[in-house]
Ligand binder design. Structure first.
Ligand code: SF4
Length: 705
């Protein structure tokens, strides 16, 4: 057993507390215990479910980090100086009032995060619409889950990452992972795939030979941006080889004929020419899935973070539908959610087009319901706002917001075309950042508000299978910090709201959230903290009905469209928005490493994780490196149309010679997002993080510093 190194005294009065990891959507259970007064001991609650990854084991180290913010900061003469809460909040409220009075409520914007608890995400959306009256709110989950969410809505009429319990995967004989690398992003997840791996049924679609691909019976490595063509080729193979589930397609779906009209042109040999994946391997993938007694198709960011992300996920859903997998016990399609509350964070109103309960903000009935819960007139609710990148891109422009409040996000590192985003933030009249550390975005702020973290507060999150979890407070927060709920309350009151409209107690906020979500697609009205405390496993929807046990498996009887049928989508391959050319001849692919989480604001401050991966690197085939005049360990410049990243070369013989890989957790000149392409999916508004064109060369000495 390991003890994480927290130098801040633990709260001995609390004792051992069962809670959950602060990072990814797997939300592994852990027990936190004070060990003396110098450290917080971390133990996995369910070692048989894979235990914890290195991030989870070391999570408590951040509780005692010297980098922790404990006093508000206010910009004064170009530098940030300590200030009292009264001064900081008074300044923020005064500037918001001035800016809104001059330019209207939409001049003030809000940017949230997929790591916020359900209560915070809910109150943030309410704060934006009610206290600020702005339509300009979105969140970083737009960069993570939006394509899968839109594709699931289109196909099934409802989006829940996994529409079945995670444990169902343990019975799978075959699993196709499209653009997922859980061996690094959420290693304990692999424990659920043991049977499929042992049965030779794990298929991994990824341009790189990742640690997950290493475990696969079949690794399909398409050229970046061609996954949709690969899915069409496999679907063609399945149909041509007589594997279409006719009864299912006829009884439970619509749209196959239109889809086949497109897919018929994608015989595997043609798909091979576009993707580079052998036709025989496409046929083998179709056979493995079709012949398995229990099979799943799962997608993740590799399939989703494209300007064609919705259609790419739709193509994988088409394959699952053709094989009769979704809505059947023991098989299905699902999406592996990334951020800790990536699921709940997209349900409760911090999205530009959304109200709590996964309701649409342009639906009159939804507006009436939520307005009633909030005690306002429906007409007082703003309409839809800008999506995340469009919002960031508009900051400080003549028609865009001139003030931004950021909660739970670090867009200077995590947004695409990050130099442009940094410029837009610098053009604001007011930037306010609530965070636990001085992130790269907080460094640019006019006001920084220090908040509680993870183990210092209670709240709920919804994990990747749609199960609502209670995250328990294990420690007292350090003096000087406030919870996000307190910050929203304090600001709302200063902006003239009645205090009771913005509660600070998370359970009280959740009770209101239950009412706001009641009757919506993501109905939490039957979930109570007491039920969660008692250990009930509740997957939404959980209507307020006596004895309702939640809905672990969706769609067993019918899909959520009015006719009860799933929809095929007649999607076709378009390719990446920015293909390589003579000037920029390589594909750059971005992704995560085991030791770091998202923008790295937390994990780069955990010594064990920082020591393991201290800086950005670029994975490249040795021949490609040689041609660029580079060798292992050299400083490389990875230049694209929007900027240049400096990273250390790692020669990896399994890389495709036409691809380089950049992890995106690092700041400054090492930001992978300096080169990523903000081309947006027309439906989800997801940027094309996963592929852009670059050139590789030695970094000059000045660039390498
Ligand atoms: S897999 Fe995710 S939730 Fe589990 S310990 Fe690692 S980071 Fe935490």
């Amino acid at each position: 057993m390991r003890a994480a190194t927290s130098t801040r005294p633990a709260d001995a009065a609390v004792g051992a507390v069962d809670t959950h990891c602060p990072y990814c959507a797997l939300q592994c259970g852990m027990t936190l215990s004070p060990a003396g007064r110098a450290s917080v001991r971390v133990r996995p609650r369910d070692p048989s479910a894979g235990g914890l990854c290195q991030k989870g084991w070391t999570a408590a180290a951040l509780l005692g980090s010297p980098a922790r913010l404990t006093t508000p900061l206010v910009r004064d003469g170009g530098t940030l100086r300590p200030a009292s809460w009264d001064e900081a909040l008074g300044l923020v409220a005064r500037r918001i009032k001035e800016i809104a009075a001059q330019r209207g409520p939409d001049a003030v914007a809000v940017f949230g995060g997929g790591g916020l608890t359900n209560e915070k995400a809910y109150l943030l959306g309410k704060f934006a619409r009610v206290a600020l009256g702005t339509s300009q709110i979105d969140y970083n989950g737009r960069f993570c889950m939006s394509s899968a969410a839109a594709a699931a809505h289109r196909a099934f009429g409802l989006d829940r990452g996994l529409p079945f319990p995670l444990a169902d995967l343990e019975g799978a004989d075959a699993v196709l992972l499209a653009g997922a690398n859980p061996a690094e992003t959420m290693p304990p997840f692999l424990s659920h795939l043991r049977r499929a791996m042992d049965a030779g049924g794990l298929i991994v679609v990824d341009p790189r030979r990742t640690p997950t691909a290493e475990r696969a019976a079949l690794h399909l490595a398409p050229a970046p941006g061609t996954d949709l063509a690969l899915a069409l080729g496999i679907l063609h193979a399945a149909v041509a080889d007589g594997r279409l589930d006719h009864a299912y397609v006829e009884g439970r779906t619509t749209g196959f004929e239109e889809t086949w009209r497109v897919t018929a042109a994608w015989w595997p040999e043609r798909a091979e020419r576009v993707t580079g994946v052998a036709a025989a391997d496409q046929r083998r993938a179709a056979a493995i899935l079709a012949e398995a007694a229990s099979a799943y198709v799962l997608t993740a960011r590799g399939a989703e973070q494209h300007a064609t992300g919705v259609d790419t996920v739709g193509a994988w859903i088409n394959l699952a539908l053709a094989l009769g997998l979704p809505g059947r016990r023991g098989s299905g399609w699902g999406c592996l959610t990334g951020q800790g509350n990536g699921q709940g964070g997209r349900e409760h109103g911090q999205k530009a087009d959304q109200l709590p309960g996964y309701r649409r903000i342009d639906d009159p009935a939804a507006r009436a319901h939520v307005a009633r819960v909030w005690g306002i007139e429906p007409s007082a609710l703003p309409g839809p706002g800008r999506s995340a990148f469009e919002l960031l891109d508009a900051l400080g422009t003549s028609g865009g917001p001139s003030a931004l409040l950021v909660f739970g996000s670090n867009p200077v590192v995590s947004a695409p075309h990050s130099a442009r985003v940094a410029d837009r933030l610098a053009a604001l009249d007011l930037l306010v950042v609530a965070d636990i550390v001085l992130s790269e975005t907080a460094r640019a702020a006019d006001v920084v508000l220090p908040i509680t973290q993870w183990a210092e507060e209670d709240g709920t999150l919804t994990n990747l299978e749609g199960r609502v979890l209670l995250r328990r407070r294990a420690l007292s927060p350090p003096p000087g910090v406030r919870t996000d709920l307190q910050v929203l309350h304090d600001l709302a009151v200063r902006l003239g709201q009645p205090p009771e409209r913005f509660p600070t107690d998370p359970e009280t906020v959740f009770t209101e959230l239950r009412a706001a979500s009641e009757g919506g697609p993501a109905d939490y009205s039957g979930v109570t903290w007491d039920r969660l405390r008692a250990g009930e496993r509740l997957h939404w929807p959980v209507p307020r009905q006596p004895g309702h046990q939640g809905t672990p498996r969706l769609f067993l009887d019918r899909f959520a469209h009015p006719d009860g049928r799933a929809r095929f989508a007649a999607v076709d391959h378009k390719g990446p928005a920015e293909p390589p050319d003579e000037e920029f001849p390589l594909y750059a692919v971005t992704g995560r490493v085991l030791q770091h989480y998202q923008s790295g604001a937390q994990t780069r401050r955990v010594e064990e994780l920082r020591a393991a991966v201290p800086e950005a690197y670029v994975e490249v085939h040795p021949d490609t490196a040689h041609r660029a005049g580079l060798s292992d360990g050299a400083a490389a410049s990875v230049a694209g149309r929007r900027g240049r990243v400096v990273a250390t070369v790692r020669c990896v013989p399994s890389m495709r010679p036409d691809v380089v890989f950049l992890p995106f957790h690092f700041p400054g000149a090492q930001r992978a997002n300096l080169v990523t392409n903000p081309a947006l999916d027309p439906v989800s508004r997801m940027p094309e993080f996963k592929v852009c064109a670059v050139r590789l060369s030695p970094a000059g000495e000045r660039e390498a510093q």
